[in-house]
Design a protein around this ligand. Sequence first.
Ligand SMILES: [Mg+2]
Length: 341
Amino acid sequence: MKLTVQTLTLRLHTPFRIAHGTSTERQNVLVRLGEGLGEGALPPYYGHALREVVAYVQGLDADALLATDPPPLTHLLDDLPPGPAPARAAVDIALHDHWARRLGQPLYRLWGLDPHRMPPSARTLGIPEHPAELQRTLAPLTDPPLLKLKLGTGDPARDLALVRRVRAETTAPLCVDANGAWSLREAAALIPKLAEHEPVFIEQPIPAEEADAWHLLRRLLPRGMPPLIADESARTADDVILLAGAADGVNVKLSKAGGLAEARRMITLARALDMKVLLGCMIESSVGLTAAAHLAPLADFLDLDGTLFLADDPFDGLTFDNGRITLPDRPGHGAIPRRSS
Ligand SMILES: [Mg+2]
């Protein structure tokens, strides 16, 4: 079969709680196209239906996509029909992987990037259910380069108290992600208080639906606040334009953008608009994560620790050493099935 799509069930080793809810398992999709592998992540809060994602992939013409060797990548991706972002991401990643494998090179090299020049990845801390959980999570992390604390407990005062608790436990660089949990007024009141704890950045303080609210928030805040990074509000390059002047940066994720091509457009646009780039991920296997990591030399910050939540990753790909990412020395994105699977 030249093109297949299957459900990829990923079990987490511990429940992961964020403002949108708690997960113990995620269902992604895995696409095989020619020699390529691709993954699309479906976090429940984006509302994509698994059957629609699968149907999109099944509706594509594999013979047309693989008619030329190596495939004319940019034209083929531009011509993909509109559809759910995770479906397009899985196909885009698989086609990039196939293209680079046919050329015998890793993706970063075909893009002219140096994999040794990437920032370290943040380590994400879900919202702890109790203080002991926080201590248990932090204890094994010696000298982490960047911690990312999830906020959005439902009470901004509790969120602030949580930041104080983490600060009492560690002096590691810290950023926070509210996943859109605060109203405009709550965010305007809370961000100056959070700023006292010097977070490296504050991610998605307000709900995603309100692009105009970002500009209002900026006007309500004093100068000198930590950088504000848009995540759920910044799905594609069009969103980056709407956020310019209000958000200081954007979180670029393959399954949100619809793949590597759109992610690169977002990064180029953010750079042109003098915005920071955070390269992020969903809960994903090493297929999605390793593909994203090929763009890491273009990012200011990385949050690519999605595989570290998995009880079992069916693929070999990127490796971590206290936040330092190493890409596999293989053509394509380099993620391959584990021998045992
Ligand atoms: Mg986020």
